[in-house]
Design a protein around this ligand. Structure first.
Ligand code: SF4
Length: 263
């Protein structure tokens, strides 16, 4: 893994189509690419991590003229990947967000976010979503092997909530035929760790992603290869029948465990 320091001309992207899942008006990414290397993620394919060293300075200028709103921090690449431990680019961005009176929604898989509870708790309406594709260690170790274990992520939610920061879990992505049997456990674990909401998004296999994911299945879940080929036969999304069945399962589980399925 190589780090390359870069200077950017802009950081803040305005969301033009309302973001229903993550509830935000803008996005920012302190890093380009991600060293966590989750098998299903486009962001992990590149060996070079670009570090936006002047991010806070640029954001400060942009926020001076932007309309107030919620900034999604880490919309594409994890803002608390390992480099952040030393570089503190994300921490500086949060300070800038706080200073200019914007809200934020941080998306991450890392417990490093607790380091910044001091700033997050001073940002009005700050939200932090931890994501996990599974809460079972063996599954997580296949797909997300460089990320803190699911139980660490659940504990992180608990700590954030305890400190007055709205926090929840995102099942991201929902792997067909791999996690259905644990969906109810995921929802109840989220609730038991005081998550205030549970979000989810189905696995999308666009372009090359389909053949890459089929290769992963061949190695770890060879019995599922044909089922996936059928499920994704006509689209980059699972077929409608599967989506509707799984959505119902998750929604019912959220009702049973008294947890919201939106922010
Ligand atoms: S942590 Fe997020 S951005 Fe990084 S590789 Fe995993 S899914 Fe991609």
């Amino acid at each position: 893994m190589h780090y390359k320091q870069i200077k950017v001309d802009f950081l803040l992207n305005k969301i033009t189509n309302k973001d229903k899942l993550f509830a935000g008006n803008y996005t920012i990414d302190p890093y380009q690419n991600c060293e966590f290397g989750c098998l299903y993620c486009d962001s992990s394919f590149d060996e070079t991590i670009f570090v936006k060293t002047n991010a806070a300075e640029i954001l400060k200028k942009e926020l001076e003229t932007a309309k107030k709103g919620t900034i999604i921090v880490g919309s594409v690449h994890d803002p608390y990947q390992k480099a952040e431990e030393e570089l503190e680019i994300t921490r500086e961005l949060l300070k800038t967000i706080k200073k200019h009176g914007f809200s934020c929604h941080v998306l991450t898989k890392s417990d490093l976010v607790v380091r910044d509870i001091d700033i997050l708790s001073e940002i009005e309406h700050s939200i932090v979503t931890l994501s996990a594709a599974s809460i079972k260690d063996p599954i997580s170790k296949i797909f997300e092997k460089n990320v803190p274990l699911p139980k660490v992520r659940l504990k992180t939610i608990e700590k954030l909530t305890k400190n007055g920061i709205k926090s929840g879990l995102a099942v991201l992505p929902v792997f067909p035929y791999i996690i259905e049997t644990e969906l109810d456990d995921i929802v109840s674990s989220a609730k038991n760790h005081n998550a205030q909401y549970l979000l989810y998004k189905h696995l999308e296999l666009k372009g090359d992603q389909k053949s890459c994911f089929i290769d992963i299945l061949k190695e770890f879940y060879p019995d599922l290869v044909r089922k996936y080929e059928k499920l994704y036969e006509n689209s980059y999304m699972p077929n409608e029948e599967y989506i509707s069945k799984t959505n119902s399962l998750i929604k019912e589980s959220c009702i049973n465990h008294n947890i919201k399925n939106k922010i």
